[in-house]
Design a protein around this ligand. Structure first.
Ligand code: BG6
Length: 500
């Protein structure tokens, strides 16, 4: 077996020019393409990273001329890039754009796509499937039948990757039938975020943290991804999905993996993914009665966020009037390994919360014995806060003497503002992930067994909730979720960061 190439987790070294590519964008007129993918590709073009001769081919069922598609793309890029949009550079990018009308279920339409792609030798071919997953089977089957998927083609899959383990397996089998695992790029856009990679840098680029990164040193860990947004225009999808599947199965568990994994031997894709998989497999199952003890689900009612009134979830378009779908989840997770035995990981995510914030809070053990006067409890433990968004910063709370005669300890923050420290523009998640896929770097994409292991942990929680007569607990939009979420962590003697 040949050795895997070492890549920097943030993509290939800048000195290596990315290859020319043909990117076929199924769902080419959809929300993701317009809001994220085309702006990300345009940014890459502005950075000189779209090789001459590359093509981006939008695919959808509607009839559009290429000119009309280019106009749609331009409007989207202008809207989403704001001041970063450069009109002078647009024509050269527009020349890479093409459009093909295609009915995903019609075999005949794929012959035309094949003819359009032609045989371009060295050009890297990518298919980005950003459609409803129930079209994946048809698309894959027809692509294969038309002979368009070459041995070097790459297939990028956008979530949701199923709604439980069996449906995820079906998707993976469908795609696995036409491409090998090394050709499949399953996206979790959180892995493309700059600060998530900073987490890797922090843990494995510094000798300082590793000896402390374990039980006996760390008391507990919190991962919070809070959104002010509600379900927006996705009520129907969200109502079938809920926060557990939409956020925990993927984004929060991926963060947990990066935080908790053993140091991989290299940053090669499988070295990292092997370690993440071990974490997922070591998660203590939460099932039946345990699920009601260790999880809290909530659903927002009307309320106020900032100065803005927000409607209740049940009033959102597309949501069933009697829906029991959760828009908030808090979970106490435990990892059964030598490193983490006895260290709880509290996960929390929700919509219509008071802030838009994603952060990881690592609370260290208290000093074993205090030599200072005053109550022991007045010496809060060290705490490392890694904030992913909206701003990217890392803060370490230490205790210092407050000025004056008395020997009084006060917490102070050693704060590293990454935006300030590095003036360069951070890459957007999709910009990085598209770049990595074009360059063949799989490190930041989920492997099939990871997706499977994540669902296997999630499914019993879901099943226990389905049997529970009580639905999700109500919480007011603009609050931090149901009071039970505070009680969940308070039972262990802790509080959510920010709640103290
Ligand atoms: C998506 C979810 O995966 O992530 C959305 O489907 C959620 O419901 C979004 O709003 C959050 O992503 P970000 O990058 O805005 O934190």
């Amino acid at each position: 077996m040949s050795a895997e190439p070492r890549h920097s987790p943030g993509g290939s070294p800048p000195s290596r020019r990315p290859p020319a590519f043909d990117l076929v964008l199924f769902g080419g007129t959809g929300d993701l393409a317009m809001r994220k993918l085309l702006p990300a590709l345009y940014r890459r073009h502005l950075a000189g990273l779209v090789e001459p001769g590359s093509r981006i081919i939008g695919i959808a069922r509607t009839d559009h001329s290429t000119a009309a598609y280019v106009a749609l793309a331009e409007a989207a890029c202008r809207q989403h890039l704001g001041d970063d949009f450069r009109a002078d550079a647009w024509p050269a990018f527009a020349a890479t754009l093409g459009y093909a009308r295609l009915d995903a279920t019609r075999a005949a339409d794929y012959a035309a796509l094949g003819a359009l792609l032609g045989d371009r030798g060295e050009v890297t071919r990518l298919f980005f499937l950003s459609t409803a997953p129930d079209l994946f089977a048809a698309i894959c089957g027809h692509l294969a039948a038309a002979g368009i998927v070459t041995a070097d083609s790459r297939i990028m899959l956008e979530k949701p990757l199923g709604e439980d383990a069996p449906s995820a397996r079906r998707i993976n089998e469908t795609v696995g039938a036409i491409a090998s695992e090394r050709q499949i790029y399953r996206i979790d856009h959180y892995l493309g975020k700059e600060t998530v990679q900073n987490l890797l840098a922090l843990r494995f680029g510094n000798a300082l943290f590793e000896p402390l990164w374990r039980r006996g040193q760390i008391r507990h860990v919190q991962i919070t991804v809070a959104e002010q947004l509600g379900v927006e225009l996705r009520g129907e999808f969200y109502d079938r999905t809920g926060a557990l599947r939409d956020m925990v199965q993927n984004h929060l568990l991926q963060l947990l993996c990066i935080l908790a994994m053993e140091p991989p031997a290299t940053s090669a894709a499988d070295a990292v993914r092997d370690e993440k998989l071990k974490v997922l497999r070591a998660l203590r199952p939460i099932a039946e009665a345990d699920a009601l003890l260790k999880t809290v689900r909530g659903q927002y009612r009307g309320g106020v966020i900032g100065a803005t009134k927000a409607a209740a979830y049940l009033e959102e378009p597309g949501v069933a009037a009697d829906s029991r779908t959760e828009t908030f989840v808090a979970i106490k997770a435990e990892i059964d390994t030598w490193r983490w035995a006895g260290v709880p990981f509290y996960l929390r995510t929700g919509k219509r919360l008071p802030e838009h914030v994603a952060e990881i809070v690592v609370t260290f053990d208290q000093v074993p014995h205090s030599i200072f006067e005053g109550p022991f409890s007045s010496q809060p433990p060290n705490r490392l806060v890694i904030r992913l968004q909206p701003d990217e910063c890392i803060t370490l709370r230490i205790l210092a003497k407050s000025p004056g005669e008395a020997m009084r300890l006060k917490p102070v923050d050693l704060a590293l503002d990454l935006g300030e420290s590095f003036k360069g523009r951070p890459l957007e998640a999709y910009e990085r992930l598209l770049g990595d896929a074009i360059q063949g770097n799989l490190t930041l994409f989920m492997r099939r067994d990871e997706v499977d292991a994540a669902w296997r942990w999630i499914d019993p929680i879901r099943a226990a909730w389905d049997l529970d007569d009580d639905g999700p607990r109500p919480y007011a939009a603009g609050s931090w979720g149901p009071a039970a979420a505070s009680a969940l962590i308070a039972r262990d003697g802790f509080a959510w960061h920010g709640e103290l």
